[in-house]
Structure formats: C-alpha cells, structure tokens
Design a protein around this ligand. Structure first.
Ligand code: ATP
Length: 312
C-alpha cells in the first residue's frame, strides 16, 4: 500500500504539487493522467524517492520513501520517459549488471535474468547489443532492468510512447501480468484508450492538484442501473444542434463533445434512453451512433477538466 499525505513539491520558481493526499492499494494499476505541466513527472519522481518534497509524507508500507530512499529503491522501480541504456553491453550483460546492482545473490542471477527476459519476450535478443535493439525492444529491456529485483511498486512515465501498436499491446499484457503477480503499477500516459484496457484506478492531475481519484475498474455504469447512464452519441454534420438539444433536455446532464462523440449522462433507466433516442430523431438530429458507455477514462478526464474550467 502506498500512502501519500499532504505532499508539496516546489521548484525554485514554482510550486508544482499543492498538498496531494491519496492511497494506492497493493495490486492496483493506477493511470496518472493530466495535461502537460500538470505535475505527473514531479509526482512520480517524488514517489520513486528521487527528489525530496518540500513537505508531506510518502509511505510504501512502513517505509518512509523520502527519509529512507535507499531502502525504498529496493522496492520501487521507476522508468523515466527518457531513459538510457548501456549500448555497448548485450541485453544479458545489462540484466546481469542490474541484478548485481540490486544485490541479487550471485547463484540466482542467471535464473533471474532468464525469467525476466522471458517475461518481457526478450529471450531471443539476450545476446544482442542494447545499442542494436529496436525502439520497442529497448523499451522492454529498460522495463526488464527495472523489475529484475521484483519491486513491489513499479512507476512508468509514458512507457508506450514511440511504440508501434503491436508493441503497445504486448506492453498492456505485461502490465496485467505484473498486476496478477501482485505488483502495484502507476503509469502515466496520454494514450487514454490504452490505459483504459488495464487501469483499475485513475488519478487526474491538473495544475499540481488531484482533481479526480476514481476506482475506475469497479465503477462502470450499466444500462440496468436506475441511476445515471453515460451515453456516447455521434451525429452527421455539426454536433451543435444535438448538444443544444441535450442541454435543453430535462433527463440529460454533463454534456460535452470530444471532437468525434458527444458524451452525456442520462438520468433514469433504459426507458429514458429509448425516449431520448426517439426525441433526437423526431427533432431531425441525424444520429449515426447512440450507445451507453462505461464511465470511461476519457469521460472522466474531459468531465474533470471541464469542471475545473467552470470553477475558474
Ligand atoms: P508533461 O505531461 O508535459 O510531461 P507533467 O505533468 O509531467 O508534464 P511536470 O514535468 O511534473 O508536469 O511539471 C510540473 C510543473 O513544474 C510545470 O509547470 C513545469 O513547468 C514545472 N517544472 C518542471 N520542472 C521544473 C524545473 N526544473 N524548474 C522549474 N519548474 C519546473
């Protein structure tokens, strides 16, 4: 369990984190999202014990990360969005070196290198120089180096950037496998659709503040609940008429467009959904798609930022 209380981080000229408090349960995959400059990297570096906050506390179980960062590093792995590898060493040599650095007993190193390489699909590349590996393989090797000591908490800053779709899919599967083995992951990314495939929780950060922390995995909105049903709507032509219609409708709220879909919350049951679709068509709105949707990451993100704007 990771527990953060009143975390404040200041750069020389700027306060980047304004008193954050939250907890992450063991075995979660937390998506950390927010616009550029929100403070994601700063938060990750604090959690990894790489920089000391101005005030506040970070605990990984009973380890005070800021005060006992050497000990914390044995249990935490941090992969920066920009990372370096020893290009003149083979993947195997890089892994052996990391294993030694993490004090893995000499007799266990070969086995640990093989296991970690297998997990990252690197076995057939073990004798290739890191400098000769493709972008995707370099990324996987960097992750392998960070998890060879089986850290409990794995922090990854934009791990999928620059990877092709197949490599990203492989990475998503790896994250789920790591979670199933009991690791806790915090992953920042701007690729919301992908995070949605595996994230259990989401933290939305904006201007150094948490504007939303949602247990994303458990909170799906189903059409059976007699409550709020999120819908996504796509219309032919300009969305303005549909948005205005929804805004004037008594059973809908939280309306916003993302460029492709119009998202809204409908209050009621499936009956209200049917009635709304009928009313849209009657109003001559050319509906191409109309579907209930999960309380998605994208929805959470845009709704939250919209709320923020309204409060400015
Ligand atoms: P991005 O998505 O662009 O990577 P981010 O959410 O990771 O952004 P941070 O890099 O943590 O954001 O930056 C948070 C704030 O702190 C930003 O306003 C940034 O300009 C500022 N900042 C970051 N590094 C420094 C620094 N070394 N000195 C001063 N201000 C900094």
């Amino acid at each position: 369990m990771i527990k953060v209380s009143n975390l404040i981080f200041d750069y020389m000229t700027k306060r980047a984190l304004h008193g954050l408090s939250f907890e992450i349960e063991k075995g979660s995959i937390v998506a950390l999202i927010g616009p550029n400059g929100a403070g994601k990297t700063t938060l990750m570096r604090c959690l990894a014990g790489l920089v000391k906050p101005f005030s506040g506390e970070i605990y990984l179980n009973d380890i005070n990360v800021a005060e006992d960062s050497r000990n914390a590093h044995r249990h935490i792995s941090y992969l920066s969005d920009v990372f370096g590898l020893y290009d003149n060493l083979t993947a195997r040599q890089c892994l052996r070196y990391a294993a030694l650095a993490f004090d893995i007993p000499t007799g266990e190193i070969d086995q640990r290198v093989s296991e970690t390489a297998a997990m990252l699909n690197l076995t057939e590349h073990l004798d290739t120089y890191a400098g000769n590996l493709s972008r995707g393989l370099r990324q996987r090797l960097a992750i392998a180096l960070g998890i060879i000591h089986k850290p409990e908490f794995i922090i990854l800053d934009e791990p999928a950037s620059g990877l092709d779709p197949e490599a990203r899919l492989e990475l998503s599967k790896l994250f789920v496998a790591l979670k199933e083995q009991g690791h806790t992951l915090l992953i920042s990314s701007h690729i919301l659709a992908e995070l949605e495939d595996y994230a259990t929780d989401v933290i939305v950060l904006n201007a150094g503040r948490i504007v939303k922390y949602e247990k994303f995995g458990s909170k799906t909105t189903s059409a059976d609940t007699n409550n709020k049903i999120n819908i996504a709507l796509r219309v032919k032509g300009s969305p303005e008429q549909a948005i205005q219609f929804l805004e004037e409708n008594n059973s809908t709220s939280d309306i916003f467009g993302d460029g492709t879909y119009i998202h809204a919350a409908v209050w009621g049951t499936e009956n209200e959904l049917c009635a709304l679709l009928r009313a849209l068509i009657k109003a001559d709105i050319r509906v191409i798609e109309f579907r209930p949707e999960k309380n998605s990451l994208k929805t959470a993100y845009f709704e939250t930022l919209k709320e923020g704007e309204e409060h400015v």
